[in-house]
Design a binder for this molecule. Structure first.
Ligand SMILES: Nc1ncnc2c1ncn2[C@@H]1O[C@H](COP(=O)(O)OP(=O)(O)O)[C@@H](O)[C@H]1O
Ligand SMILES: [Mg+2]
Length: 262
């Protein structure tokens, strides 16, 4: 009897959750149609006719904001998968993972920078382009070209969130460092901003917590924040460390175990 009741409540909760996830999932197709439409207007001038400078600006802004919603939709679906313990491990080239994450971030804050990143042909050239945008990329050539068994979507989401914050809170520069040890890979994202007093180190990982709610200078976020990053890292069996103090910038370090090769 008791057992029966409990099952009932659970399945109600489960149903609500599924219908919400389904709703979020169903936003994907219309968003893709909107994105494709704007991309065509911007890119196929011979087919759709020329645009004035003002029209182009409006379309660029619309496209950026469509991508913000797309990233939110994808992130929330990925986070839900993670909470259910679903990992999607595949052989991933480190260079592809990092380049794609960077393009997605810069797409939203600086369209020209993201175009420049896409055009880079090797690590050295990419490092130069990133330097011009205040981002130092530290990774050795061997790791850059390596293939690792990772959950690509989750790691991209983590990097996007940490880098987005670092770019938002930095004074002038951000450093992304990637290193590999025999059984783990680590990503460190460091900025030179105001930092986070140690009394807040726990609370910033709570959902919807913001240290300075009266922040006037904001770059739009497009992830589910540090609470989400924590869920993703834990579900991959990894570890998240924060080194920061008032006035000393912040460094977030993610250590992930590498799946054993088959
Ligand atoms: N690199 C950073 N430097 C200083 N403060 C940070 C940094 N990253 C996060 N924080 C603090 O942690 C809070 C939570 O971050 P997050 O969950 O990403 O939410 P959001 O970016 O939407 O504010 C931020 O509002 C900010 O106060
Ligand atoms: Mg954020």
């Amino acid at each position: 009897m008791e057992n029966h009741q409990r099952l009932d409540t659970d399945s109600h909760m489960h149903r609500d959750k599924i219908s919400l996830q389904l709703f979020i999932h169903d936003l994907k197709v219309p968003l893709a149609v909107i994105e494709a439409g704007i991309t065509s207007l911007l890119g196929k001038l011979e087919k759709y006719g020329p645009l004035t400078e003002k029209q182009e600006k409006v379309l660029q802004r619309t496209l950026r904001n469509t991508r913000v919603i797309q990233a939110l939709v994808n992130d929330s679906l990925e986070l839900e998968r993670s909470k259910r313990g679903v990992l999607n491990i595949s052989r991933t080239r480190v260079s592809d993972l990092i380049e794609e994450a960077l393009v997605e971030i810069f797409d939203l804050v600086d369209y020209q920078a993201s175009e420049d990143i896409k055009c880079c042909e090797d690590l050295h050239q990419l490092q130069g382009t990133l330097d011009e945008n205040g981002l130092k990329l530290c990774i050795d050539e061997t790791l850059w070209c390596a293939e690792l068994s990772l959950d690509e979507a989750k790691i991209k989401q983590i990097l996007r969130n940490l880098l987005n914050n670092a770019l938002k809170y930095r004074k002038s520069c951000v450093e992304l460092k990637v290193e590999k040890q025999p059984h783990q890979v680590s990503f460190s994202v460091k900025d030179d901003g105001e930092g986070i007093p140690s009394s807040y180190h726990k609370r910033i990982f709570e959902s919807y917590f913001q240290m300075n709610a009266t922040d006037t200078y904001t770059v739009r976020g497009h992830g589910l924040g540090l609470a989400g990053v924590m869920v993703l890292v834990e579900d991959m069996g990894g570890e998240l460390c924060l080194e920061s103090d008032e006035g000393k910038g912040a460094e977030f370090i993610v250590k992930l175990p590498l799946a054993k090769a088959k």
